[in-house]
Each structure stands twice: as structure tokens, then as C-alpha cells.
Design a protein around this ligand. Structure first.
Ligand SMILES: NC(=O)c1ccc[n+]([C@@H]2O[C@H](COP(=O)([O-])OP(=O)(O)OC[C@H]3O[C@@H](n4cnc5c(N)ncnc54)[C@H](OP(=O)(O)O)[C@@H]3O)[C@@H](O)[C@H]2O)c1
Length: 287
């Protein structure tokens, strides 16, 4: 069992760190809002640290899952950040959905200081984190990835190394690009069914078994038909992710016309008060 730390006990990090403790790892947690860390310790044991640096002290593996690039820089390189306290040869695994640039920057910082960095964004949402069934897309050195793999396996259904630093974040961008267009297509299909006077449930029952079937159709059609969106993956997070995708595409020359359009639709959802609504709320713009 390893000496580990977990930084960022949000919707995702809280249960992920819990799975590590349940598998017997020694876990020191840090959360900006200290009460959440105290609550985690009351439930899972271990210890709460006052700063990311204190959490990282002496740990073999330090996992993080915070909001965006700036948050990640703050808990790693900021005042009392984890990087200043990382042990030689330790591995920092970042589960935040962030840019490939920040992953490469932190990888360079880690190398210079004699430890390792793996960018490891996840998919599977809150349910995946709670059930220990996340998919993890990794970038970094193979040896560091292999060493961290048994810790990630506490909450992963699958994990794969896709290339050097940044490759995990680039793969997560592909994931979000695929989802954006698909959710808009699903919204248009279901809104069309309503206008056509069809029974949405019956339509999905038939077409989900064919080529139109998808995770979104399977898991979201009921709430979309019921116009319920107070759950799932928040529109404001999706916009953050699409921003990252569009910036990367401007650099690498990829064309993302549909993704850019769907990003604007999400902007409209936010203007209607939907920043915390699930991403399937795109259908509201069509009703
Ligand atoms: N939720 C999902 O379904 C999902 C799915 C896949 C990927 N993700 C990605 O996973 C990451 C975390 O998502 P989440 O849903 O767990 O978010 P969340 O519930 O908002 O949690 C964010 C965590 O980061 C901490 N944090 C934010 N800014 C910080 C800063 N400047 N310094 C220190 N700590 C800071 C927060 O601390 P406080 O408690 O003090 O606010 C909290 O612990 C995001 O990058 C998100 O895009 C989320």
C-alpha cells in the first residue's frame, strides 16, 4: 500500500479519494474549503492537510482533481503548492480537465525538480467516480504511468497511456468534441419527434437498438423528454472544455465547425440561467 495524497475533494475528487482509502492506501487530503476535507476524514480516516504542499510531503503518489488551468497552477506552483514539496521520484497524477499546454508546463517543472507528472483527465462523470468506474486518458512517461496505475485502478474501469505529456488532455478533447455534436443531434431528433406528434419513448425504444444508439441516448433521453436538467455534467464545465478544444484547434489547424456552433448554443443555455444544467439541456433551445 502506498503513501498518497489527494488534492481537490469536489464532486469527482471526493469519491475518488474515498476509493483509494477503501483499498487500503494511506491518504492525506487537501481541499481549499477545509470543512470538506474534515468531512472526508471523518468518513474515510486518513488526515487532512492545511496546504497542498503539506499534503504532498513524503507522498509517493499525489493525485489532483481541481477545476481548470488556473486552479491547477495554484495548487501545484502557487504559494504552498504541492510541487515544492514533492519527493524525488514521486508521481503527480492530475485528473483535472485542463489544457495540453498546462500539462506540458507542469511536466517540465516536474522533470527539472526530479519527480514525474502524468496528465490523466477522466470521463464517466459523478456516477463513474462514485462507482469507481472512470475511464482515464493519460499522457506522460511509461514508467511513471505504470507505477501510478495500481492507484488509479482504485477508481478506474479503464486507463491507457496515449503519448507524452499532454496526450491525455488531447484525448479528453477528442472525447468532448465527439459528445458536443452528438448531444445537439440527439436534441434535434427528440425535438423533431415531439413536433411530429410521435411518442418520444417509443421512438427511442426502436432507434436506440440501431445505428442511432449512443450513451447519451440511453442515459439522457428520459430526462430530455421530461425537460429535467438538474443533474449530470454542467454546461459551464462543458463550455470550459470546449474553450480548451477550440484553442487547441486554432493551434493545430483542426477544423471544428459543429463544435464551435454547439459552444455558442451552450452560451445561449447559460444566458437562460442554465450554467449548472446537464449538457443535454441543448434541447431547451429547440422547444
Ligand atoms: N463532474 C463531472 O461530471 C466531471 C466529469 C469529468 C471530468 N470532470 C472534470 O474534473 C474536474 C473537477 O470537477 P468536479 O465536478 O469535481 O468539480 P467541483 O465539484 O467544482 O470541484 C472542484 C474542486 O477543485 C477545488 N478548487 C477549485 N479551484 C481551486 C483553487 N484555485 N485552489 C484550490 N482548490 C481549488 C475545489 O475546492 P472547493 O471545495 O474549495 O471549492 C473542489 O475541491 C474539472 O476539471 C472537471 O471538468 C468533471
Amino acid at each position: 500500500m502506498a503513501k498518497t495524497a489527494f488534492i481537490g475533494l469536489g464532486v469527482m475528487g471526493y469519491p475518488m479519494a474515498g476509493h483509494m482509502a477503501a483499498k487500503g492506501h494511506e491518504v492525506v487530503v487537501y481541499n481549499r474549503t477545509g470543512a470538506k476535507a474534515e468531512g472526508w476524514v471523518a468518513k474515510h480516516g486518513g488526515r487532512a492537510a492545511a496546504t497542498p504542499a503539506e499534503a504532498a510531503e513524503g507522498a509517493e503518489f499525489v493525485m489532483a482533481c481541481v477545476g481548470n488551468d488556473d486552479d491547477l497552477r495554484s495548487v501545484t506552483l502557487g504559494e504552498s503548492g504541492a510541487f515544492a514539496a514533492m519527493a524525488k521520484d514521486a508521481v503527480f497524477v492530475d485528473h483535472t480537465t485542463a489544457s495540453a499546454d498546462v500539462a506540458r508546463e507542469l511536466d517540465a517543472e516536474a522533470r527539472a525538480a526530479g519527480f514525474h507528472f502524468v496528465d490523466a483527465p477522466v470521463s464517466g462523470g459523478q456516477a463513474g467516480a462514485e462507482n469507481g468506474a472512470l475511464t482515464i486518458m493519460c499522457g506522460g512517461e511509461e514508467a511513471a504511468f505504470e507505477r501510478a496505475a495500481p492507484v488509479m485502478d482504485c477508481y478506474a474501469r479503464s486507463r491507457r497511456l496515449l503519448g507524452p505529456a499532454g496526450a491525455g488532455q488531447l484525448t479528453k478533447m477528442v472525447n468532448q468534441i465527439c459528445i458536443a455534436g452528438l448531444v445537439q443531434g440527439l436534441s434535434e431528433g427528440l425535438a423533431f419527434a415531439e413536433k411530429a406528434g410521435l411518442d418520444g419513448e417509443a421512438v427511442v425504444d426502436v432507434i436506440s437498438k440501431g445505428a442511432a444508439g449512443s450513451w447519451q441516448m440511453e442515459n439522457r433521453h428520459k430526462t430530455m423528454l421530461a425537460d429535467e436538467f438538474e443533474h449530470g455534467f454542467a454546461v459551464e464545465w462543458m463550455r470550459k472544455d470546449l474553450d480548451i478544444c477550440l484553442a487547441e484547434a486554432r493551434r493545430n489547424g483542426a477544423r471544428l465547425p459543429v463544435t464551435a456552433l454547439v459552444d455558442q448554443f451552450y452560451g445561449e443555455v447559460m444566458r437562460r440561467g442554465g450554467k449548472r444544467w446537464d449538457t443535454s439541456s441543448l434541447i431547451r433551445l429547440l422547444r
